[in-house]
Structure formats: C-alpha cells, structure tokens
Design a protein around this ligand. Structure first.
Ligand code: NAP
Length: 247
C-alpha cells in the first residue's frame, strides 16, 4: 500500500483495534503517533514493539473527551514533525443498558466520547491538513450505528452520527484534498467484546455468515486501505468489516 504522507495519529491505540492499526500502519512505513489515555506503560511497550520490528512510533497522551487536550496533542505532533497527514479516530467506549434504565448521563457520556470527540478530531485534522491540501481521515464506527442493537441506544446513536458526519466532512474536505471515510466493524475480539456471556457470543456467531468474530488485524488492514493512496478516489464511504453479518 502506498502512502504519500508521513505521520499518522491513532487515538485509543494502547490496546484492541487501535494497537493493531498502529502496528500495521508502522509496517507500511508511516510514523505512528500512539495516543493513550490511562496506561503509559502499555503505550510505551507498543512503541518498543513497533521499533523492534523496524517501524517508527511516538507516544502522545490525551483524553479525547477533553477538547483542549486533543488540540494540544495535535499541536505537539506538528511542532515535532511539521506535518500530520493521517488521523484514525479509533478510541471509543460502550455503556450498555436497556433504554428504560438508561440515565441521560449514560447516554451523553457515550455521545461525548464517540461522536463529539470524533467531531473535534475531524475538525482539527481539516484545519491542519488544509495547509498542505492533503490528508486522509478514517473514523472507526460500528455495525451498531447502521442497524441498532438492544442495550445500545447511546452507542448506536453515537456511531450512526459518526457515519453521517463522516459523509458531511467528506464533502467539505474534498475541495481541500482531504478524504474522510469510516469503517463499521461487526464483532471483533477485543476487551470490548470479552465480557459477552458465552451463550450470547455463540448466538451472535451463529448469525455471522463467516461463523466467527473478526480479529483486530482484519479491521486494521481495512483502515490502512482507506487511509492510503490506494483508495484515492474513495471519500464519504462507510466500509463494512463484519463477516457478512450486515450487508
Ligand atoms: P477497547 O479494546 O475497549 O479499546 C478502546 C481504546 O480506546 C483503549 O485504548 C482506550 O484507552 C481508548 N479510549 C477510550 N476512551 C478514551 C478517551 N476518552 N481518550 C483516549 N482514549 C480512550 O475497544 P476496541 O474494541 O479496540 O474498539 C476500538 C474502536 O472500535 C471503538 O471506537 C469501538 O467502538 C469500535 N468497535 C469495536 C468493535 C468490537 O467488536 N470490538 C466493534 C465495532 C466497533 P484506555 O486503555 O485508557 O481505556
């Protein structure tokens, strides 16, 4: 895969899908900025792992829900390396409850983390990338943002918002040479799905045409494609990575 730019910021890259995205993008020759929120030692060990494999990485700490911290994180990258060509808005949370029991705070915390933070990331990327009239942004959304799910009124609203917001950013970004796309993973084996009860997991798997959960690396390869020059005529697209569960 070909990349014309140099630096990529991956939010929530300390574990799960984000860590895999960081590793794969480093293997394609990008300098990866690993964003973490809570565990510096895990972010540092990912940086070491990437460097041992011949890649280049740096660590940048911020909480995506803190707008000032997010903006300062991007500023630090520009001050260090002079450019940011790629952004992956990956960090996200769940806070599942049936709607009848969901407090407004439970709803808003997920909207803030998944939707508002992605908005801030996209807007700041648009500002920075506009200067070079080049850039590519991938938002990690979810299958649940397309089809809904019980217990996830908050999560589905946030990810549905990410999908349509990505299309709007794509229209605004195109005049400046900046592409915006999203991917909607189905069930992927990470900490986020680890807590599912075995019988619920088996029930989900029976409905997935490929008969298994996906691996983080399978999402990461799709992200790399959408970021890279290989997808240079694709913008505003929502790419499904879900084993055929929703087509
Ligand atoms: P995960 O294993 O729970 O990891 C989430 C990552 O996001 C962690 O690195 C976490 O950092 C970080 N994060 C959360 N809130 C943050 C904040 N406020 N600031 C900075 N970082 C923050 O989740 P995952 O499964 O890899 O999910 C990654 C993305 O894929 C999410 O957007 C999720 O919605 C989406 N997705 C996942 C699945 C799935 O089946 N796993 C399916 C569809 C979509 P800490 O270590 O500090 O908590």
């Amino acid at each position: 895969m070909k990349f014309s730019g140099k630096n990529v910021l991956v939010t929530g890259a300390s574990r799960g899908i984000g860590a895999e995205i960081a590793k794969i993008l480093a293997s394609y020759g990008l300098k990866v900025w690993i964003n973490y929120r809570s565990k510096p030692e895990i972010a540092d060990s990912l940086k070491e792992e990437i460097e041992k494999s011949g890649g280049v990485a740096s660590v940048v700490h911020f909480d995506i829900t803190n707008e000032n911290e997010f903006i300062a994180g991007i500023k630090a990258i520009i001050e260090s390396d002079g450019e940011l060509s790629y952004l992956v808005n990956n960090a996200g949370i769940t806070n599942d409850k049936l709607a009848l029991r969901m407090k407004t705070n439970d709803f808003m915390s997920v909207i803030n983390a998944n939707l508002t933070s992605t908005f801030v990331g996209c807007r700041e990327a648009l500002k920075v990338m506009s200067k070079k009239r080049f850039g590519s942004v991938v938002n990690v959304s979810s299958i649940v943002g397309e089809r809904g799910n019980a217990g996830q009124v908050n999560y589905s609203a946030s990810k549905g918002g990410v999908n349509t917001m990505t299309k709007s950013f794509a229209i605004e970004g195109s005049a400046r040479g900046i592409r915006f796309n999203a991917i909607t993973p189905g069930f992927i084996e990470t900490d986020m799905t680890k807590e599912l009860k075995e019988e619920i997991k088996e029930n989900y798997i029976s409905n997935i045409p490929l008969k298994r959960f996906g691996q983080p690396s399978e999402v990461a390869e799709a992200v790399a494609f959408l970021l890279s020059d290989s997808s240079s005529y694709i913008t505003g697209e929502i790419l499904r990575v879900n084993g055929g569960l929703y087509t």
